[in-house]
Design a binder for this molecule. Structure first.
Ligand code: ZN
Ligand code: ZN
Length: 313
């Protein structure tokens, strides 16, 4: 998506929110600073932060008694805090995402010092829980896949998710009965259920195959997993990420995105509508190359312990 299109989309979303009638949308600084950025031209990554926020708001607003919203964004650290208040001025929803605790942003959206301290305490506890609960992921090389790519994947996962224990299994040949008779592609659904039987004590299994994978009647997908979110088993085709003659750095970049995308699904993220986010669905190499290898703030917020939904009253 071009920057212009993203700006149009953002304006449209803001307008739709303002026109939704029951909601007097009040946008506080530094949002207005952001609106100035749009006029002056701003990188598309940053526009995405804002469109994410507005989409997240649209999600939570239906069916609530929201009467006031406060948003605070720090464009430099790409962090945000949102608070939604009801007509009694009680906070009925809040959400924040940041790599460190965004105390100043929370005070911007109306939390007093005691509330911030209480949130900080909760945040610390859930952060500790998150990083102390180890997850075991088995990388299963299939057929004659180049093993150096598995070392690369293992590094990618451990860098992004320190709580993961990653093991690389010895390579296994895929039963030839899983080959489609008409061509040299493997039936992804059959390989997936076979991989499931190899999972054993591991939380997740990710199989990597050099050949193409397919599901009859569908376009060839790059990767297949058992469930849209909280997947346990997945398979990805290395061969479909490019010809072996292509630059290794290009193949690695694509593999990194695919690996993080899969781990996102393992951790409960669904596909993301943000084209820039690593969790957006890539249907072609072009899609894959144009998205980033980072999680958008909205996806990040689901992975970080910042998201609380308060019950009303
Ligand atoms: Zn996906
Ligand atoms: Zn996302």
């Amino acid at each position: 998506m071009t920057s212009d299109k993203a700006t149009d989309r953002l304006k449209w979303l803001l307008k739709a929110l303002r026109e939704s009638g029951f909601l007097p949308l009040r946008v506080y600084e530094p949002w207005s600073r952001f609106e100035r950025c749009i006029r002056n031209g701003v990188e598309r990554e940053r526009i995405w932060i804002a469109t994410n926020l507005v989409e997240a708001l649209a999600d939570v607003l239906s069916g609530t008694k929201a009467s006031k919203i406060r948003i605070s964004i720090d464009l430099n650290s790409e962090s945000y805090a949102i608070a939604i208040y009801d007509y009694k001025n009680q906070c009925i929803y809040h959400d924040f995402a940041s790599m460190s605790f965004p105390s100043n942003l929370l005070s911007d959206v109306g939390f007093n010092e005691d509330e911030r301290n209480a949130l900080h305490q909760k945040w610390r506890i859930s952060l500790r829980k998150l990083y102390n609960s180890n997850k075991g992921l088995l990388l299963q090389p299939l057929n004659k896949v180049d093993l150096s790519y598995l070392d690369f994947m293992s590094r990618v996962i451990r860098n992004a998710f320190p709580q993961f224990i990653v093991a690389i299994e010895t390579p296994k040949p895929v039963p030839t009965s899983f080959l489609e008779a008409s061509n040299s592609q493997y039936r992804a659904d059959s390989v997936l259920s076979w991989l499931k039987s190899l999972k054993g004590k591991w939380d997740f299994v990710l199989g990597i195959i050099p050949e193409d994978i397919c599901i009859p009647g569908m376009d060839c997908p790059f990767l297949i997993h058992d469930k849209p979110a909280f997947a346990r088993v997945a398979i990805l085709s290395l061969g479909m990420l490019g010809y072996p003659s292509e630059r290794r750095s290009l193949i690695e970049e694509r593999l990194k995105k695919q690996t993080l995308h899969i781990v996102g699904h393992f951790l409960g993220l669904p596909d993301c509508k943000n084209d820039y986010c690593v969790m957006s669905e890539a249907e072609s190499l072009e899609d894959l190359d144009s998205k980033s290898s980072s999680f958008c703030l909205r996806c990040l917020a689901r992975l970080l312990p910042g998201r609380y939904i308060q019950s009303e009253g």
